[in-house]
Every structure is written in C-alpha cells, then in structure tokens.
Design a protein. Structure first.
Lengths: 437, 104, 477
C-alpha cells in the first residue's frame, strides 16, 4: 500500500480562484475541476515511468516567499547588465507572486507590452484572452491544470508586428521558501516578423528540504506568429531544496523561426516538458539542450516536436552529463502528421556518464504518417573515453580538471550552434555549473 | 558507513502489509511479515513498477505488474520475469521505531 | 486487489479435488466434438485430459487461466484492434467435427493467387489453405528423426515432448516466460497445444536447421503453439518456424509462446517467417536466456496477419553472452506490424545488436518497439541498435519507440533510426537505366531487405523475394 500523499484537492476557497475578470475566473474554476477529477498519472508508465508523480503532490504549508541574498545578488548583476545596455529589460518574479519590470522603453515605445499577467488580463484582453491557456491547460494534464487554477501572477510580453528587439530580456524568477508552492506563468506573443530574445531563469530556493521542499509548477506559452524570430533560453538552476515542474509549449507560425535552449542544472527533482508545434510552412525549430546532474539530482525531461504543417523543419540536440548518483530520463517525440509532406526532423541525445552509480534512460520516439519526410534520430550513452583521460593525465592535467575539460569539449559543439551574440552568456552559465560539477 | 535513519513506527504497518517511504532521495518499502520487518527498494528490477503496490506472500513479495517475486530478506529473485535482484536494506527495530540504513 | 489474490489462493488450494472430481466422468473427445467455444476451467481440464498430461501440467494450466482472466487487455499498442477480440467467440482447442476442414472455396482469392505465383504444389496448397489435415511428407520427417536420434537430439512436438521427457520439460517450462508475464502468455499457458520441443545434448552441433513444417498437422498448427528449446553446454542449433507462403486459418487469435535457453557456451538461432492470412491477430511472446559465453540470435520476419505484436527478447545473464536480433516487417494494406526487439544485459562483458527494417505501404503501419536495458551489474557491455523504416505511399505510417535504460556507466550504447521514402534520386537513376517504375521500386525494396534475406536458407530467400514482388505489384490483399 502506498504511504505517499496522493490525495490532494484544490479547495474551493483557494484565493487565486477569485482573481481576475470573470472570463479568467471561469477558466480557473474549470482547471480546478479537471485537476480534482483526474487521478494521479500511474507511476511507472509512459511519461511518468521514471518519476513518481506523488512527489509533485503537495499541500501548501507556507506562503514564505522571502527574498534571499542570492536572489538579490543575481538581481544586482542583471540590473548592471541593464544599465550597461546589454539587456532590453529585466523582470523579477518572486515565487510567482511579485512581478516587477525594469527597463523596456524600447518595447513600450514600439507599441509592445510588458507587464504582470494579472494586470494584462484586465488591460489587454484582446491580446491575452485568445492565447492564455491555448497551449498549456487542463487538457495537457493534471499538473498543468493545477497551474492553470492557481497561478497568482505571471509575466506577459507582447512584441508587435515588425518590431525587432535586439538585446535580450532577462526574466529572473525566484523559488519560495521551505514548504511553499509557486506557480510561475509566462505568455509571450511575438507578432508577425517580430524579433525577441528571452533568458528565463529559475533560481533560488532553500538549501535543502529538511524543512520541506519549495515547489514550483511553471507554465510557459509562446506564440511565434508568421515570420517572427524568437530565441528562448530556459535556465533552471534552483537549489537542492526544490522540486521543479515545467510545461513549455510554443506555436511556430508560417515562416517563423524559434531557437530554444533548455539548460537543466538545478533542483533536487526537476521535470520539464518542452514542446513545439510547427504550424505553417517554413516554420523552423532548433532546440539545443544541456543537462548537468550531480549528487542525487533527478531529472526527467520531455520534448515534443509536432509537425502539423508541411515543409517544416525541426532539430533537437540534447546533451546530458551525469555524475555521483544523478539520474536523467529523457523522452523525445517527433510526430509528422499525415497532412504534412516535405518535413525534416532530426533528434540527437548524447549522454556522458562520469562514474558508476549514475542512471540514464532515453526514449527517442517517432510517429511518422507522411512518406515524404527526412527524419532520423540517434542516441548514445557511455563514459568518458579512458584514452582521453589518460592522455590529459600524461600532459600533467589532474583528474578533476581533466574531467571538466572533457565535459567542456563534449558540450562545445552544442554551444557553437548557439548564435554568437548570446553564446557568451550561455557559456557563462555552463561554466558556472561545470565548476560545481 | 552511513547512519541508521528512523523511517517509521512499528504501529504504522499492519501484518502482511507494506508501506512505501522516501528516505532522502531513495524510495523504499517496508514490509511486515511473520518473520518481522524488512526493507527493500520500491522499484521492481523488471519494469520499474512500485513494489509497494504488490502482495506479500510469506517472506516474499510479488510485483503486481508481471508477477516477479523477490525474497524480502535479501532482495533475491524467486520467480521470473525478473532476472536481477532488488536492493535490500539493513533494518533494525528499536522499541517502536523502525530504523533503516542505506549504503550510498 | 488483496481480496482477489486471497480468493485466488483459496480457489487454487482446492483445485486438485475440484476439477478432477467435477469432470472426471467426461469424455474429452466427445466434449470437443460437440464444440466448445470460449474459455473456462472446464475447457482447460478437458484439453489436459485429452492430451493425457501429468497432473502438474494441468494445474499449471488452471493457474494460468486465472491469471488470464484477471489481467486486462493491454492499454498500449493498437488498442483499437485489440479491443475487437471477443474471447468468448473462439474455439480454444478443437473445432466441432463439422467445422474441422474448410472447403477450398472458402480460401481467399489473394491467398490462392500467392500460392500460384510462388509455385506451390497442389497438395501443399491444400494443407496451407486448411483444407487438408495433414501435409504428406511423413517420409522426410522420419528420416530426419533417425539422424537426430543418433546424436541424442530430441526434436518432437511439444505434446510428445511433455509425454516422453516430463522431467526436462518440468525443469524449464515457464522459467523464461511465466504465465503472469502478460495476458497472452497466460492464455497460451492455459490452452497451449502443439509447438516444438527441442533438447540438444552438451557439445552437439545440429548440422541442418530444424523445421517444424514437415511434421505438423492442422490441429497443431498455429493458434496456441508452445515452443521450448534447450541447448545444453556448448551445443549449436538453428530452428526455423513458419514459412513464406501465406497460411490461411479461420482461427482469428494466435498467441504463441517461445522459450529458448542457451546454457554455457551454447548457440541458438531462431528464424521465423510469419505470413498468416490477413484476418489474424498474432500476439506472441518470445524470449530467451543466454548464459555464460552463449549466443542467441533471433531472425524475425513479419509479413502477414492483421495485427502482429511481437518483441523477441534476449536476456544476457552470463558473462560474455552475446545476442543479435534481426527484425523485418512488411506492413501492407490494413496491416499493423507492431514488432521490435528487447535486449537485457544482466552480466558483464556482454554485447548485443539489434537491426530493424520495416516497410509500410498503402495504409499499413509498421511499429518498432524496443528495449535496451543495462542493469547495475553489467559493466563493459556494448549495444548497438539500428532502425530503418521505408514509407511507400501517402497513407503509410511508421512509428519508432525505443527505450534505453542504462544503470552502469561502463557501457557503449548507440541507437540510430531513420525514416524515409524511396529516394527520388535512386528511382530516377534506375529508370534512366531502362527499368520501369515498378521494377525500380522493387529493386530498391529488395536492397532494403537484403540484410534480412541473406540470413535465410536459400529456398526461403527465394520465396521471400517472390513474395515481396507480389506485394509490391499490389496483387495481394
């Protein structure tokens, strides 16, 4: 018999259910109903094969969202970047509750919108209502319904047609305190031929879970309209006292290009689901992901590339490095619809296991319903080539440093695929993580 | 050598039943048999099903998914389709407390 | 759940007295001649009595039936087709005497056409069409048996194997695939009939491939065959199941179980060409255990049936064991070949290779489902998986669902899959050489299948090529 808390119902009196205009309240109620009526996904099957869904069920014990020193330090760094003109804007998000925006004159001057989602649902109905919940909602799953009902405040970004924003926007999100639950939510609408780059950073959290873990259940929806160019870097580097759940969906329109860089570095338990729908001819998606796991970290990642229109292109390259007792599970599905001829889809997943005791599972899946396709995938799993360590050792490079060099080399060709203007920042995040590997 | 950690109280687990627990990053199951309490990993080596959803038969546990059978004392395989044992952990009872030691 | 298991325990404890006393007075031959559809403990008891089996096997059958009844239909795979199976509307052993022989008129046209094109002699046609009860090749069968006996090799149908070598059977039966494994293994364990029993003594090499084709009759062919092959230390055997010619059967549910055990240093190769008629649901469990330094090879061809679900598996449990699985699937009109391969490494210094090739045409669907699992104790192992899928036509579909679970860092695991249509450039080149579009396509398809065809004994390879030609012409199904 199971001991775990598998029964949790969203109470009728949850304060978030009363937030927002009537249309939003109605949505929240529906999401709550779905959450309460759906059973927990069965453990050990399909997307939950390697992660016990019960570990994401929790009761909110505390509303502790005290801003901690690390968050302040990170904020200071980014504010400096903003002042030095390296960022278009900075948004800070404390535990999905307090949203503050800094900068963004370029966007607002150009007719765009940057605001808290709670504000935008009132002030920008026409831009928000058609898109909010369109990609991540109760139909997606039980945990998505939870975010849909309980998100407190989120972030809304609108880049109007033809506006090209060169410098990145940085979203700095902090997890809550022990026993807390945060429901970050992001909605991005990039208009026709618009251009924008986002760095979405999830950080913070308690040092460990002795007083209870800090949960985050996040949802991201991105509409990349025709011919737009969107670049989205997802940096997850929460502390060892957190459990992180994310569902990310992007719709890529005709001729639009999306670059997604998922960097999974933190959290004790992290389940992230990135999906793109290629919805018009010429839609193009590139996804370059990196995952570093150490100690007892448990990562569970999914990607979905759904080619709903012909003449579309997708390429996913996902690299995993594990040490100590870390675990990485990866399921990636490429689906080519019957009505989608002339597509190209490629997937590669390479796993580097640095010692005995690591566990890696990979399930790259294909569902191809149109013969006019060029599709392939590959996966490899294995340790560092012992010859390589020997060679570096003979050159006087000590063990740990050699490992870092080799791992750096392993991820180097992924980094090369990232456009030059953001490569340095991303390499910076990677180096920081490698130091702690 | 790691420490013994208190995981449960003897009263929590009726005879011929088992309960699952999280001990740090580990998922374990403690079973109450005629021969006492035993702790094993809560994951079947055959197809990752939760052992705690299965059935106790004497001092064996039978996995509910495909019928694999393990010896609760040692984790050894007693019947297919499992072919590899599951981890068994040192357990001691101190008064009302059940303590388990997991080697990292 | 606990209640169901307790009840099961109670039922089983009174099993022996219960069924034996209840049905002791019945004559099984009579029972079946009147026709018994559906499955229950009565049918199972009668089957066992009909075969005059030792009591322990009867109990195994009864227990397996309870498992079958308690398991739901799988919620994965082609659930639509699986949901169509009506378990109560099937004859699980013999058909009533009136139904036993089909008429030649009932055999579908596409099957008759294939027979003609493959040049199958008339007597054989009648057998394959289910019209004649026995294939007239007793002579071949008996001379083969003489040779085998001299070497101490046992090659019998499973019923005879149980009767003449109960100790060997009891030792190995169900040790690789228990009844609890899945619903269809449970079904097979309760109503199995026919199949092959092979035991090869230590150090013996069986010179020619063993084939069941020549000695089976309609009664034993197909539905619920149970095969058990044991290759003792250092021995070698190659077994061939099925044939390329289509086999017509009105029994719509086929569920075979094949268990292979390769003891230390032994070698077993198991070749299957499955070409059941297009009305059949073929749900098979095939698994092998390779001990220290042993090798198991599955060569698995899936051409027929409406739906086949089959994932030959090799469990490498001894150091130095090796495995290879070569799987080919051709999914034509209305067909779903849901095939694959599983390799489980549970010992160090083991290696395996999986090659899967599939062709989908018309509205056929070919699915690859695979597992490459490395347990904690399996250091220094190598696994290579390659899946190639060819799509022909707008309606075709291909799926690939490979799972890799790696719990040891000292491994080299590589997986690659490709899906494409027949390459325009290749077609263009061949046509510029004077071939028609059909001829060019056929050549490309044959080239695609070549890694599989070259592993078959010659007469099979020749027949397979003819069959592919027929399929590509569109003159079948």
């Amino acid at each position: 018999m199971r001991n775990s808390k598998t029964e949790y119902m969203i109470p009728e009196k949850a304060p978030e259910l009363q937030q927002g205009p009537e249309w939003l309240k109605k949505q929240r109620r529906q999401q709550r109903e779905t959450f309460n009526s759906l059973p927990l996904p069965q453990r050990g099957l399909q997307l939950w094969r390697y992660t016990d869904p019960a570990r994401f069920v929790f009761e909110r014990i505390s509303d502790d969202i005290a801003v901690n020193g690390r968050f302040e330090a990170a904020k200071t760094v980014e504010q400096k970047h903003l002042r030095n003109g390296r960022l278009t804007g900075l948004i800070t998000d404390v535990a999905g509750r307090e949203i503050t925006a800094h900068g963004f004159e370029e966007i607002t001057a150009g007719g765009g919108q940057v605001s808290s989602l709670a504000t935008a649902v009132e002030t920008h109905f026409a831009l928000v209502e058609p898109y909010l919940y369109s990609l991540v909602n109760a139909q997606t799953g039980k945990f998505e319904a939870m975010n849909g009902a309980l998100w407190h405040d989120g972030i809304f970004l609108y880049i109007p047609d033809n506006l090209a924003i060169e410098k990145p926007i940085h979203l700095l999100r902090q997890a809550g305190g022990p026993g807390s639950a945060a429901f970050p939510r992001l909605l991005v609408v990039a208009g026709k031929n618009a251009e924008v780059t986002l760095i979405d950073e999830y950080g913070g959290g308690p040092a460990d879970d002795t007083n209870g873990a800090a949960y985050s259940n996040a949802a991201v929806e991105i509409m990349a309209q025709d011919d737009s160019r969107v670049r989205y870097i997802s940096l997850q580097r929460q502390t060892a006292g957190t459990r992180f759940y994310l569902t990310h969906r992007a719709r890529i329109g005709r001729g639009a290009q999306m670059l997604t860089v998922p960097l999974a570095f933190g959290g004790a338990l992290s389940k992230q689901n990135f999906g793109v729908i290629l919805d018009g001819p010429g839609a193009d998606s590139r996804m370059y992901g990196l995952l570093f796991g150490s100690r007892h970290q448990h990562f569970d990642n999914h990607t979905l590339h759904h080619h709903a229109a012909g003449q579309t292109y997708s390429n996913i390259n996902f690299k995993v490095v594990l040490r100590d007792r870390a675990l990485s599970a990866y399921t990636g599905l490429i689906r080519i619809d019957r009505a989608a001829p002339g597509c190209e889809a490629y997937q590669e997943n390479r796993n580097l296991l640095l010692n005995d005791g690591t566990r890696a599972e990979t399930i790259p899946e294909l569902e191809i319903l149109n013969e006019d396709v060029s599709c392939s995938h590959g996966a490899t799993l294995g340790p560092i080539d012992p010859l390589l360590t020997f060679y570096l050792g003979s050159r006087g490079i000590p063990g740990p440093e050699a490992v870092r060099m080799i791992v750096g080399g392993f991820v180097a060709d992924t980094l090369k695929l990232v456009p030059e203007d953001i490569r340095e920042r991303i390499s910076g995040f990677v180096d920081e993580r490698l130091e702690a590997l | 050598m790691s420490e013994f950690k208190r995981v449960a109280s003897t009263g929590e687990i009726p005879l011929d039943e088992m309960r699952d627990f999280e001990v740090g990053p580990y998922r374990i199951v403690i079973a109450h048999t005629d021969d006492g309490f035993f702790a094993v990993a809560d994951e079947c080596s055959h197809d990752a099903a939760p052992i705690s959803d299965g059935e106790i038969d004497g001092c064996d546990v039978v996995c509910m998914r495909h019928g694999a059978r393990f010896d609760l004392k040692t984790g050894a395989v007693k019947a297919p389709p499992a072919i590899v044992p599951i981890d068994a952990y040192e357990l001691k009872v101190d008064g009302d407390n059940i303590l388990v030691r997991i080697e990292d | 759940m606990a209640d169901a298991v307790n009840k099961q325990k109670q039922d089983l404890s009174s099993l022996n007295e219960d069924y034996a006393s209840r049905y002791g007075f019945r004559d099984p031959v009579d029972y079946f001649h009147k026709g018994a559809k559906g499955i229950n403990h009565e049918v199972v008891e009668m089957i066992s009595r009909m075969k005059k089996e030792p009591r322990w096997m009867t109990e195994v059958r009864h227990q397996a039936l309870d498992v079958f009844l308690s398991k739901p239909t799988p919620r994965w795979g082609n659930t639509e087709l699986l949901g169509e199976i009506d378990y109560d509307d099937i004859y699980y052993f013999m058909k009533p005497i009136e139904n036993q022989q089909a008429s030649w008129d009932d055999v579908p046209e596409y099957i008759k056409k294939t027979f003609d094109r493959l040049g199958i002699p008339e007597a054989e046609q009648k057998f394959l069409g289910g019209v004649s009860a026995q294939y007239e090749s007793e002579v071949v069968y008996h001379s083969m048996q003489e040779d085998l006996k001299k070497q101490g090799i046992i090659f019998l149908d499973m019923d005879s194997g149980l009767r003449e070598h109960p100790d060997i059977v009891r030792k190995f039966f169900g040790t690789v695939i228990p009844a609890t494994d899945n619903k269809y293994a449970a079904l097979n364990t309760s109503v199995w009939s026919g199949g092959s029993f092979i035991y090869v003594p230590p150090g013996v090499e069986v010179r020619a491939p063993l084939q069941a084709y020549f000695r089976i009759n309609a009664e034993n062919m197909g539905q619920f065959e149970r095969t058990l092959i044991i290759a003792d230390k250092g021995s070698r055997v190659h077994y061939i199941e099925g044939c390329t010619a289509p086999v017509y059967s009105t029994d719509s549910l086929h569920s075979a179980v094949v268990e292979l055990i390769a003891l230390e240093g032994a070698y077993i190769r198991y070749t299957t060409i499955q070409n059941w008629s297009r009305n059949i649901y073929n749900l098979v469990t095939k698994r092998s255990t390779a001990h220290k330094n042993a090798t198991v090879e599955w060569v698995d061809g899936n051409l027929g049936s409406r739906l086949t679900m089959k994932y030959p598996c090799i469990q490498l449990v001894g150091e130095g064991a090796r495995g290879e699985i070569l799987s080919v699937a051709l999914a034509g009109k209305d067909q779903h070949q849901d095939a694959g391969a599983k390799v489980i490494h549970a010992a160090p210094n083991t290696s395996s290779r999986i090659t899967s090739k599939s062709i989908s045409k018309d509205n056929g669907r070919a699915t690859y489902r695979g597992l490459a699992k490395v347990h904690k104790n399996a250091a220094n192992c190598r696994i290579s998986v390659e899946c190639d899928a060819l799509l022909i036509g707008e309606q075709a579909r291909s799926d690939t669902y490979p799972t890799m679970e790696i719990d040891n860092d000292r491994v080299r695991v590589e997986h690659e899959a490709r899906v494409s249509k027949v390459a325009e450039e290749q077609l263009f080149y061949l046509r510029s050489r004077g071939l028609s579009e059909d001829e060019a396509r056929l050549l490309i398809v044959n080239g695609f299948m070549e890694p599989f065809t070259k592993e078959l004994p010659l007469e099979y390879a020749v027949e397979l090529n003819r069959l592919i030609a027929l399929e590509m012409e569109g003159s079948v199904g």
